[in-house]
Design a protein. Structure first.
Length: 189
């Protein structure tokens, strides 16, 4: 009888471990899916920058420093390894600041502000920024769920056994100038 009880306890522990393992895998996959969503939107934004720089360059020829800086930061953000979430967030925060400065140039150039090409780029950029925020919220929520499982008992035992680790949140530090401070939706209307 004792053997059956021990076997039953071991079987329950194994089933419980399998359930926890599968939940950890599911939450890790959700976090990876969330990161993929952020990455896609950041690449869309990066693809807009050459067009934006080109459009602004035609109107603001003596603002070379702002144009060059935006281009340099775009290149730097593209070189950050995808696995380094914190470094990517810092690089993207700096790029957001440069984009904000680039967009602010429109205020000094009424012809640029009225340009259909610039207005279309502005709308597209606003849409991409909104999508980045949505993707960031999804990723951070999935990351939070994974981190809770990795840290809480008893799932932390299974997580440690199978090498599940906490992930970094994707947070762009406002002190890096990550928030451009421009209302894209109100521009041009």
């Amino acid at each position: 009888m004792t053997t059956w009880i021990v076997l039953a306890v071991v079987a329950v522990a194994i089933v419980f471990g399998i359930v926890l393992f599968n939940r950890l895998v599911r939450t890790r996959q959700m976090a990876e899916e969330g990161w993929s969503g952020i990455d896609v939107q950041l690449k869309r934004r990066a693809d807009l920058i050459p067009n934006l720089v080109s459009t602004v360059k035609g109107y603001a020829t003596h603002e070379q420093q702002v144009l060059v800086r935006a281009t340099e930061l775009r290149a730097a953000a593209g070189k950050v390894p995808e696995s380094d979430v914190a470094a990517r967030a810092r690089a993207e925060g700096k790029l957001s600041s440069a984009i904000g400065k680039l967009m602010a140039l429109a205020e000094a150039y009424p012809d640029l502000k009225a340009s259909d090409n610039f207005l279309e780029l502005q709308k597209t950029l606003a849409t991409v920024e909104d999508e980045i925020q949505m993707a960031r919220r999804y990723y951070n929520g999935a990351t939070r769920n994974l981190n809770v499982m990795v840290e809480s008992f008893p799932s932390n035992l299974v997580a440690g056994l199978f090498g599940f680790v906490k992930r970094d949140f994707f947070e762009m530090d406002p002190s890096d100038g990550a928030v451009p401070g421009i209302d894209f939706k109100g521009a041009g209307t």
